[in-house]
Design a binder for this molecule. Structure first.
Ligand code: C2E
Ligand code: MG
Ligand code: MG
Ligand code: MG
Length: 284
C-alpha cells in the first residue's frame, strides 16, 4: 500500500501499474529529472469550438510527458504526484512559459485571438508570488491577459475562502479569465458562485458521455446550463465525442464545446494545421 495517495491519484495510478510497475517514488525521481532537463515535456492543444460556426475560440493546453523509458505517461498519473510533492510549481511555470511562447508563434501567423486555457493546480494559489509568476510570461511574450483562461477545479474554491476570493479577484482585475473545470463532479456548494468572480464553467465530460443514455445526465446538464445563465457565466461542454451529443448540447443552450468529435489534443504543428482547415461541422 502506498502512503498518501488521494482517491484520484490512486485510481489514475492503477492502470499504469498493471503494465509497467513504475512505482510512485520512481515517478517522483524521474519527474525531478524531467524538470531539470525540460525536453521530456511537450504541450498539446485541444481546440474549443463555437458549435454554431465551427470556429475555434480557444485552445486548452494539456501537458504530455515523454518518459525516456516508459513512453508517454498520462497527466492523470503524474500531476497528482507532482501536486503532492510540490513539483507542480516548477511544472506550472514550465507550462505557462511554454504556452505563452507558442501563443506568440500562433499570433505571428495570424491566430492572435485564441484564448489559451491553462490548468492550474490549487497549490499554485498558495504561493505568495503567484501573480508575478503568471504575469511575467504573459508580458514576456505579449499575451493579452484577456486571452489567458485559467482552469481551476471546485476543490480550490472550497478551501481558505477569503484568501482565494481575493486572489481570484486580483487575477480578474488584470483581465484574466477564470473557468471552473470539471464542474459538477466535486462537492459543489453553489454558494461559491456568488462569491467568486469567474467567467465560465466547464461541464464535466462524465455528464456528456452519458447524454442520450441517461435521463439524469440530460437533467444535470440542463441544470448546469441554467445555473450558468442565471449567474451570467459562459459555459462549455467537455468530452463531446458524437454528433448526437453535439445536437443535444446545442439544444440545451450550450454553444461552446470541446472533445474528440472536433479534435483530440494535438501537438503544436498539428494544431496549426487544424486551425488552417475550414471547419466541417457547422450547425448552421
Ligand atoms: P482536464 O483539464 O479536465 O482535461 C480534459 C481531459 O479530457 C484531457 O485529458 C483531454 O485529453 C481529455 N479529453 C478531451 N476530449 C475528450 C473526449 O472527447 N473524450 C475523452 N474521453 N477525453 C477527452 P489529459 O490531457 O489526459 O489530461 C488529464 C488531466 O490532467 C486534465 O483534465 C487536467 O486536470 C490535468 N492536466 C493536464 N495538463 C495539465 C497541466 O498542464 N497542468 C495541470 N496542473 N494539470 C494538467
Ligand atoms: Mg482542464
Ligand atoms: Mg475537465
Ligand atoms: Mg479533469
Amino acid at each position: 500500500q502506498v502512503k498518501g495517495q488521494g482517491k484520484n491519484g490512486c485510481a489514475a495510478f492503477l492502470p499504469h501499474m498493471q503494465t509497467t510497475y513504475l512505482n510512485r517514488l520512481s515517478i517522483e525521481n524521474d519527474l525531478r529529472e524531467a524538470i531539470k532537463q525540460g525536453d521530456q515535456f511537450e504541450l498539446y492543444f485541444q481546440p474549443q469550438i463555437e458549435a454554431l460556426t465551427g470556429q475555434a475560440t480557444g485552445l486548452e493546453v494539456l501537458i504530455r510527458w515523454h518518459h525516456p523509458k516508459e513512453g508517454m505517461i498520462s497527466p492523470d498519473v503524474f500531476i497528482p504526484i507532482a501536486e503532492e510533492t510540490g513539483l507542480i510549481v516548477a511544472i506550472s511555470d514550465w507550462v505557462l512559459w511554454k504556452a505563452c511562447s507558442h501563443f506568440a508563434a500562433l499570433s505571428a501567423m495570424g491566430f492572435d485571438n485564441l484564448r489559451l486555457g491553462i490548468n492550474l493546480s490549487p497549490r499554485e494559489f498558495d504561493r505568495s508570488d503567484f501573480m508575478e509568476r503568471i504575469q511575467l510570461p504573459l508580458e514576456e511574450f505579449g499575451v493579452p491577459p484577456q486571452l489567458l483562461d485559467i482552469e481551476i477545479t471546485e476543490s480550490l474554491l472550497m478551501k481558505d475562502v477569503e484568501s482565494i476570493v481575493a486572489r481570484i479577484q486580483r487575477l480578474r482585475d488584470t483581465g484574466i479569465h477564470i473557468s471552473i473545470d470539471d464542474f459538477g463532479t466535486r462537492y459543489s456548494s453553489l454558494n461559491y458562485l456568488r462569491r467568486f468572480s469567474v467567467n465560465r464553467i466547464k461541464i464535466d465530460q462524465s455528464f456528456v458521455r452519458d447524454l442520450g443514455l441517461s435521463q439524469d445526465s440530460y437533467a444535470i446538464i440542463q441544470a448546469i446550463v441554467g445555473i450558468a445563465k442565471n449567474f451570467k457565466l459562459n459555459v462549455i461542454a467537455e468530452g463531446v465525442e458524437t454528433a448526437q451529443q453535439l445536437e443535444i448540447l446545442h439544444q440545451l443552450g450550450c454553444s461552446e464545446m470541446q472533445g474528440y468529435f472536433f479534435s483530440r489534443p494535438l501537438p503544436f504543428e498539428k494544431t496549426l494545421e487544424f486551425l488552417k482547415t475550414t471547419p466541417q461541422y457547422a450547425l448552421g
